[in-house]
Design a protein around this ligand. Structure first.
Ligand code: NAD
Ligand code: LMR
Length: 329
């Protein structure tokens, strides 16, 4: 049987920590399918260290002899990295250190997404999809999308899947059930401690999670902060930010976006849904309608508690947008 044409996957920050946990899984077919050839287009900053490290990563990829890896492009030029790319995975940017909030990265990281948004719009494939991981990812994706004239805002998403995975794992642990028993746990708002991991609609074994857990104080006062501050807890424990779980979540993000019927959390242009301000990128549930395409699930009715949580995370997104207003195209 003739093999499928390759999909071009551009990855920025490819020599970084997440890159190292991500590229091998993409090349082995975990993200796009075990019969889907890929070409990796890897971007790093021009400095000698990262460029040398990138070569080393490419040597290791070569040494895996992955049957699906058709070619690799290593570059410090965004116009080369994104050329004809079908998926653009924007990881490259500074991570935070202990004691920082992700928003503290905005001034440094935001400007990366001006240039990269422009380059993607200029040279990526017509069907290009963009997933932003670099923090603060909701606002960075807004910056990138604002530079685009050809690609519509729905093509630009940011990752809150790590938060969804964290939220599901914590519910499963508390209820003493398998992760497979937890469903409909979606993340609303910012990838920051203000995010709302909506336990009010989550299910455990098909029943309302709040009834199964039967401890509202735990859900409000322990569960939400644990999920919201998990990134900081990892930094505290590891001395650097999450990498393997972040790469895993990105694989999940793309795989779910390619799996018709799947409902999962991504940060998208809110268009005013769920009470978010128009034009901010907020986490919410989406349903994949065709490979790479989705519609927002708007059927969840929020109670006053959920609305108050959404207001807090929305206010933060609006404040981040104000901080970067000069970076919006
Ligand atoms: P890292 O420092 O290990 O690697 C980042 C890499 O990006 C470095 O190699 C750096 O040289 C490169 N880079 C910087 N600017 C670039 C540019 N303009 N173009 C191309 N490459 C560039 O960091 P990491 O641990 O891999 O994390 C990367 C980002 O992902 C951070 O901002 C981190 O906070 C974020 N992150 C997000 C999530 C999430 O859930 N959204 C989870 C984990 C980490
Ligand atoms: C995470 O959630 O682990 C990442 O966003 C890294 C961080 O800064 O917390």
């Amino acid at each position: 049987m003739a093999s499928k044409p390759p999909i071009r996957v551009a990855v920025t920050g490819a020599a970084g920590n997440i890159g190292y946990a991500l590229l091998f899984r993409i090349a082995s077919g975990e993200m796009l399918g075990k019969d889907q050839p890929v070409i990796l287009q890897l971007l790093e900053i021009p400095a000698e260290g990262p460029q040398k490290a990138l070569k080393g990563v490419a040597m290791e990829l070569e040494d895996c002899a992955f049957p699906l890896l058709q070619d690799m492009v290593l570059t410090d030029d965004a116009n080369v990295a994104f050329k004809d790319a079908n998926w653009c995975l924007l990881v490259g940017s500074k991570p935070r250190g202990p004691g920082m909030e992700r928003a503290d990265l905005l001034k440094d990281n935001g400007k990366i997404f001006i240039a990269q948004g422009k380059a993607i719009d200029a040279v990526a494939a017509d069907d290009a999809r963009v997933a932003v991981v670099g923090n603060p990812c909701n606002t960075n994706v807004m910056i990138a999308a604002s530079q685009a004239k050809r690609l519509t805002p729905d093509r630009f998403t940011a990752m809150v899947r790590l938060d969804e995975n964290r939220g599901r794992a914590q519910l499963a642990k508390k209820a003493g059930v398998s992760i497979n028993d937890v469903s409909e746990l979606f993340i609303y708002g910012n990838h920051s401690p203000t995010m709302f991991a909506d336990f009010t609609h989550a299910k455990i074994g098909g029943k309302a999670a709040a009834d199964v857990i039967n401890d509202r104080a735990w859900l409000e006062n322990e569960y939400l902060p644990t999920v919201g501050k998990r990134g900081a807890a990892i930094i505290e424990a590891r001395g650097q930010s999450s990498a393997a779980s972040a790469a895993n979540a990105l694989i999940d993000h793309v795989r779910s976006l390619n799996t018709v019927g799947e409902v999962h959390s991504i940060a998208v242009n809110s268009e005013g849904r769920y009470g978010f301000a128009e034009g901010v990128w907020a986490g919410m549930p989406v349903k994949t309608t065709a490979p790479g395409a989705y519609e927002v699930v708007t059927s969840y009715e929020m109670d006053d508690f959920a609305k108050s949580k959404i207001k807090i995370t929305n206010d933060e997104l609006v404040a981040e947008r104000d901080t970067v207003k000069d970076m919006l195209g």
